[in-house]
Design a protein around this ligand. Structure first.
Ligand SMILES: [Zn+2]
Ligand SMILES: [Zn+2]
Length: 163
């Protein structure tokens, strides 16, 4: 990942829009999640959520732990090297004062199985830093047919792409 690669979180100009169009230009990593990974405070709960998704993609273990609320922060490794992430879609985000909720869908493949994670994450702002607190998540296994659009988001048929 270089600062001018498209950011894995898929953010385009105009943060906060819940619909990502494939036509709109994806922000560069250096203008999107990288500054947060280097220590800049996230401007919103959604920006923090995107940077955490991005950190899972890039395996930034220390950032994931640091951006986790101390009350709920796990001890051990949180990245799983066998998981590959294919895209993030923010469905809603709201903030009230020091707390925020972001609902999203993310597609990933682990141990040869395609899955979608749907989660509403709760964030708390503490000392000017948003941190992930907890979330309600559910997972759905995908079983793409050969002629279905590939779950990786390439726009190709599954059989011609990742099958
Ligand atoms: Zn980003
Ligand atoms: Zn594919």
């Amino acid at each position: 990942m270089t600062p001018d690669s498209p950011c894995p979180c898929g953010s385009s100009q105009g943060h906060g829009s819940s619909h990502r169009s494939f036509d709109s230009a994806v922000l560069d990593y250096g203008h999107c999640c990288q500054p947060l990974h280097l220590g800049q405070p996230a401007a919103s709960a959604e920006a923090l959520m995107r940077s955490r998704y991005c950190a899972y993609v890039l395996g930034l273990e220390a950032y994931l732990l640091e951006s986790w609320h101390p009350e709920t922060r796990p001890v051990g490794p949180v990245c799983d090297a066998s998981t590959r992430w294919y895209g993030l879609k923010i469905e809603s985000s709201e903030e009230q004062g020091e707390s925020g909720t972001v609902c999203f869908r993310a597609t990933f493949r682990a141990h040869g199985r395609w899955q979608t994670l749907h989660e509403c994450s709760h964030f708390v702002k503490q000392d000017d830093h948003w941190r992930y607190h907890d979330g309600e998540a559910d997972w759905q296994q995908l079983q793409p047919g050969r002629n279905d659009p590939c779950p990786c988001g390439s726009g190709e048929k599954f059989k011609k792409c990742c099958a």
